[in-house]
Design a protein around this ligand. Structure first.
Ligand code: ZN
Ligand code: ZN
Ligand code: ZN
Length: 1171
């Protein structure tokens, strides 16, 4: 290599080698017009050094540039030989204590999970190893390139901001000291001059767009040499580019690969060198060859002088970057030069010019100047702030440029937002002074212009361009997250004002989402095309953390919370204005209560899963309770304007939709809906979707008559008729009703009971129940571990992460679980502590169906092992916060008692279809919850309190005329003896036991006496005991038998439950085949078939029932029934067939069964019928 270089050097123009840096510098020091001198020098020499041939010669160019171009600049700057000057500068420097190391792609970075202010704060390896954080919980990642080390940034770390290396300097430098004091006045002046000239030169030449002229420089060499420059884009593939190049410039494949690689890495590469025509010819071939399907590759024929100056311009930026490394003073001067406004005012500074041209620059140029910004502007405390302001003011423009640009975000100046917005003081300053929150949100909205008539986002039928834009615009949500990530400790009026303005803009955004992607139940026929749903969910998912953070901010300041609540309510009312329009009000009445509502059926009208405004209001409502604002300033809150029926309407519809989907009523709407329901409950979304809908219902119930609430709920579940009409159930099942409908209603009733259980039982969020945040996470862990012991990683996946990517698990795990070290194989597992099992709630709202049944099984097994009864009663719950306290009354409301009574009645009568065991199980659970509630009320009784919760009293009362139904208690006693309910006996026994315990408590506390109807229970239980005593041996044997039988029936039940569809199908098949035989009784054996005459035998009518692969509904194939055409192509497998001679017996009908491998969709099994 050295020899090569020498040979090259010898070939160089002598005049270049004879240049003396010192002499030139002296000339520059004496001139009056330095810019002119320098420009002349550059105009003459740059084209002599750069771009002398078809291929770049970086070594030669670098060497000559250093000697002829940079050398004089360094001499000028130092005023002496830079070999002495730079070390002196370095010595005089009081270095900043910021590390600022810029990461390369793939370089490891470290973040401390205990001390980092947010997860974007990282350390380089060297700093990490020298810091206290290596002893903490840390996270290691590999950098995607572009960020820098935050060591020394006191805002980035809660503790230990300095590593050992960067700590040394802090004691010596005062924080706000001007670094220029360490430089001589002459030096400052010279640095200012040379930086101003070179920086401007570089910016001008890099952003230059004309092809035959240069900014402020004459083209000295008028030679006709050009380059055909090929630019990178993200549209064309490597293969396309290589193929095109081979054609266009007649190169080998290897050369073409070389060109393509450089284009991809640096963003551009000259592919031909010569006169204009020669280059232009290549250009037209490339354009022609790449413009068929897409926009053509960008190619430009450029004069060699321009390319030369651009190459040197880049070199200069890198040089500046390294020069300022010698001294913080020089760095500050460069920052000042860069941000100084030019004569054209706004946006005329060099920094602005570069930023605003970003999307026009090629990749390599962008990288170089981004690096320079990072090592200069972002390293200087004073100018970082000024730069942040420039960045924020240009934000909208930069983002718009980024939307149009096709490069990835890491190559865009827009990506610097992470460096700026995550600095807490800067973020706060930008919010108050530049209204950044509003700017970001408005910019985002501007780019999502596609709306429906109601002004909601519409993603259906997006063009490729719109889809591309949508993907890009999502990065703005990330910016919003950065701005909000560190929460203010103090609020100024300005900050309040600007935050609320931003919050208002955010509400406008959510308003465009409220009700988007509405769906209507498909009846009769399947949807033809799955509707687009992913875009809306992507948006929701990305916004989830932002929505949570908005609430966190509101929680920090009472005034802000009050205003935010008002704003949110106003927007919600706007969304729902006219939600009763055109609806005929109807009156519902039950048990002597009546309420007016609207006629609305989820199964017939439009319904949407997206209700972010309602959900945000629900979140804020909880905060009113959590921060006690609701009690401190009730007069400032619009509580009287709240209309509970309006608040609950949409969340209730959404939950009813889920229930109906589960009941199979929406099968014809396809998978898009199944997927949406899945995400609605998923750990990534549920916090701001499903969870908040439950909260909204809790809010509603706590503000209205629970009887009214329940009636509206029954009506939305389309079950009102069943419970409001006496004996409706009985009639329903005896009449010849469609079994499908009965099944459907059963599922809906089960789902509704489940929902009531959740409304009453889910009070583990601070503000709803009297709990703290750790109780909430503990409960999540307890329920996860109730399913089975889990490894750390598994557990983390099941828990929601906050904006710092933390679940909060580590702080509480030891209280609820023991870690079992891994054995010889496998992983270490967390196991639930035995004493935590009592907190297990079978109807925990975050269980999926599969998880619920696994947990039930596991917990029953555990109880059996401990020789306890297998009842899984509801756990004792924390009390509600006052704002929600009245909610518990739903349990003892008349309508609730009526619902429970009705279902128990069905169970007692045990009549076929109209009830199900899981219905009963849920009613028993609710009874248990009510008893727990009453017991707790009694136990926490203080002198002046009167217990208003008198559930025991109410369930002891028999029904009134004309029904004259027995009391709930009496029915329970009956059920305890029912042979068909063996599995529930333990639970019923537990209920009766608790009932007695409460009775005793009442007696001892002597408050409000309980009616004395239930005396027989004690007697009965003692009689039971006697009996057991006398017939002990016989009993033991019987019990054992029974236990085994119960076990078997339990297993059977499980099996049937798990394979419901199959079971149903088999039943029906049996049915049809049986009826087939019956119908065709005169059929005789084949031998005696008579086709004609009076003895004519009836031909067996072949009845065929097939199941639809989509909706799972069966239909008989008849000439006059609805047609169903399914296309299929059957051929012998070329891979799997074992016997190729075998003939398929009946190729007409092949039944294939496939199971979707989604753990949560066990219920969806598809049988494909091919005809
Ligand atoms: Zn570092
Ligand atoms: Zn460090
Ligand atoms: Zn730490």
């Amino acid at each position: 290599m050295a020899a090569d270089l020498e040979a090259e050097v010898q070939a160089i123009d002598k005049s270049l080698l004879e240049c003396s840096a010192e002499e030139i510098a002296v000339k520059w020091l004496q001139t009056n017009d330095l810019q002119k001198e320098v420009y002349q020098h550059l105009a003459y020499y740059v084209p002599k050094i750069y771009c002398r041939g078809p291929n770049p010669a970086p070594q030669r160019e670098d060497m000559l540039a250093q000697h002829v171009l940079l050398g004089p600049m360094e001499w000028y700057l130092c005023g002496e030989d830079p070999a002495f000057g730079f070390p002196k500068l370095e010595q005089a420097n009081k270095p900043s204590h910021l590390c600022g190391r810029v990461f390369k792609v793939g370089e490891p970075t470290y973040s401390c999970r205990d001390c980092a202010v947010d997860p974007t704060c990282v350390l380089c390896m060297e700093c990490f190893l020298g810091s206290i954080h290596k002893e903490h919980r840390y996270r290691m990642t590999t950098s995607g390139g572009g960020g820098f080390c935050d060591c020394g940034d006191t805002e980035a770390w809660k503790e230990g901001p300095y590593c050992k290396k960067h700590e040394i300097s802090i004691s010596e430098t005062a924080e706000e000291e001007d670094p220029l004091v360490h430089l001589s006045e002459d030096m400052v002046a010279r640095a200012y001059n040379i930086f101003a000239i070179t920086f401007k030169y570089a910016v001008d030449i890099l952003t230059w767009e004309k092809e035959n002229e240069l900014p402020g420089l004459e083209i000295i060499e008028k030679s006709d040499t050009y380059y055909c420059m090929l630019f990178n884009d993200e549209v064309h593939t490597y293969e396309q580019v290589i193929y095109t190049l081979q054609k266009a410039v007649n190169c080998t494949q290897k050369e073409a690969i070389g060109f393509a690689t450089t284009v991809d890495r640096d963003g551009r590469r000259s592919v031909r060198y010569g006169d204009f025509q020669y280059c232009d010819q290549a250009k037209s071939v490339i354009v022609r060859n790449t413009s068929r399907q897409t926009k053509p590759l960008k190619v430009q024929v450029m004069h060699s002088s321009i390319v030369a100056h651009q190459s040197f311009g880049l070199k200069l930026l890198t040089w500046l970057s390294s020069i300022i490394g010698y001294s913080d003073g020089l760095r500050r001067i460069l920052c000042q030069v860069g941000l100084q406004e030019g004569p054209d005012g706004e946006n005329s500074s060099l920094v602005d010019k570069l930023m605003l041209c970003d999307s026009k620059l090629w990749k390599g140029a962008r990288n170089v100047y981004h690096q320079l910004f990072m090592s200069s502007l972002l390293m200087d405390l004073k100018y970082k702030k000024l730069f942040a302001i420039r960045f924020a003011r240009n934000y909208e423009r930069l983002q718009s440029d980024f939307m149009k640009d096709d490069h990835d975000r890491e190559f865009s100046i827009a990506d610097l937002s992470i460096q700026i917005f995550t600095v807490p003081s800067l973020a706060r300053m930008l919010i108050t002074e530049e209204n950044l929150m509003t700017t970001i949100i408005k910019t985002f909205m501007d780019h999502l212009r596609h709306r429906d008539i109601q002004g909601r986002f519409q993603f259906e039928r997006y063009t490729a361009l719109q889809a591309f834009k949508f993907r890009r615009v999502q990065s703005l949500i990330l910016d919003l997250k950065y701005v909000l990530i560190s929460k203010p400790t103090e609020w100024s009026d300005d900050l309040r004002h600007k935050f609320l303005e931003g919050f208002g803009a955010f509400l406008e955004l959510l308003k465009c989402m409220q009700g988007m992607d509405p769906i209507t139940r498909q009846v009769g026929q399947h949807i033809e095309m799955e509707p687009e749903w992913e875009a809306a969910f992507t948006l929701q998912m990305k916004l989830t953390l932002v929505i949570s953070m908005m609430q966190d901010w509101c929680a920090l300041d009472e005034k802000v919370l009050i205003e935010a609540y008002k704003k949110c309510l106003t927007v919600l009312m706007q969304c729902h204005s006219g939600f009763t329009d055109g609806e005929q009000p109807i009156v519902l009445s039950m048990c002597g209560h009546s309420v007016e509502t609207i006629r609305y059926c989820v199964s017939q009208e439009k319904v949407s899963i997206h209700l972010p405004v309602s959900r945000l209001l629900a979140g804020l409502h909880v905060l009113l309770s959590k921060t006690e604002v609701a009690y401190k300033f009730p007069e400032l809150l619009p509580l009287s304007e709240l209309s509970p029926p309006m608040l609950i309407e949409h969340p209730l519809r959404c939950l009813v939709l889920c229930a109906q989907v589960h009941a199979g009523m929406w099968r014809r709407n396809g998978f898009s809906l199944v997927n949406q329901i899945y995400y609605y409950h998923n750990v990534k979304c549920r916090r701001e979707m499903f969870d908040k809908d439950i909260v909204m219902l809790q809010t509603g119930v706590s503000m209205m008559d629970p009887n009214h609430f329940l009636m509206i709920m029954l009506s939305r579940f389309e079950l009102y008729q069943i419970f409001s009409t006496p004996d409706y159930g009985k009639r329903f099942s005896t009449e010849n009703t469609n079994k499908d409908i009965v099944q459907q209603n059963n599922t809906l009733i089960e789902e509704m009971l489940y929902l009531i259980i959740m409304i009453v039982g889910e009070r583990f969020s601070p503000g709803i129940g009297q709990v703290n945040a750790t109780d909430e996470i503990k409960r999540e862990i307890i329920h996860q571990l109730s399913i089975r012991p889990m490894a750390h990683s598994e557990l983390v996946k099941a828990l929601p992460e906050d904006e710092n990517r933390e679940t909060g698990m580590e702080s509480v795990i030891e209280e609820v679980a023991c870690f079992k070290k891994p054995g010889l194989t496998g992983r270490g597992l967390y196991e639930l502590k035995p004493e935590c099992a009592k907190n297990f709630n079978l109807y925990f709202y975050h269980f999926s169906r599969a998880e619920q049944s696994k947990a039930e099984e596991a917990q029953r097994k555990l109880k059996k092992q401990n020789r306890e009864d297998t009842a899984l009663p509801p756990p004792a719950l924390p009390p509600f916060c006052p704002l929600f306290a009245s909610l518990v009354n739903i349990l003892q409301s008349d309508v609730m008692l009526c619902i429970m009574g009705t279902i128990l009645q069905w169970a007692v009568e045990h009549n076929g279809y109209a009830w199900s065991e899981s219905m009963l199980q849920r009613v028993l659970h609710l009874l248990g919850m009510a008893l727990q509630e009453e017991k707790q009320h009694l136990e926490n009784l203080s002198e002046e309190n009167v217990v208003t919760f008198t559930f025991t009293q109410k369930i002891s009362r028999p029904g009134e005329a004309p029904n004259n139904s027995p009391s709930i208690l009496a029915m329970l006693e009956t059920l305890q003896k029912a042979p068909h309910l063996e599995v529930h006996k333990d639970m019923i026994r537990w209920i009766l036991k608790t009932f007695n315990a409460i009775k005793k408590l009442r007696e001892s506390s002597s408050t409000s006496p309980v009616a004395e109807t239930e005396g027989n229970i004690i007697e009965e239980s003692s009689r039971d005991k006697d009996k057991a005593e006398r017939k002990r041996k016989a009993e033991i044997a019987r019990l054992r038998r029974e236990k085994i039988m119960a076990q078997m029936s339990e297993m059977q039940r499980h099996f049937i439950n798990e394979n419901k569809e199959l079971f149903q199908q088999t039943l029906e098949e049996l049915d049809t085949s049986a009826s087939g035989v019956h119908d065709n009784s005169p059929v005789v054996s084949d031998a005696k078939l008579t086709a004609l005459g009076p003895q004519q035998t009836r031909v067996a009518e072949h009845r065929q029932v097939v199941m639809c692969i989509l909706c799972q509904e069966e239909q008989e194939v008849k000439v006059d029934s609805r047609a169903m055409v399914l296309a299929a192509f059957i051929q012998r497998s070329t891979v799997l067939s074992k016997n190729r001679n075998k003939i398929i017996p009946d190729p007409d009908i092949l039944m294939l069964s496939k199971r979707k491998n989604n753990e949560d969709n066990k219920d969806y099994e598809y049988t494909q019928v091919m005809m």
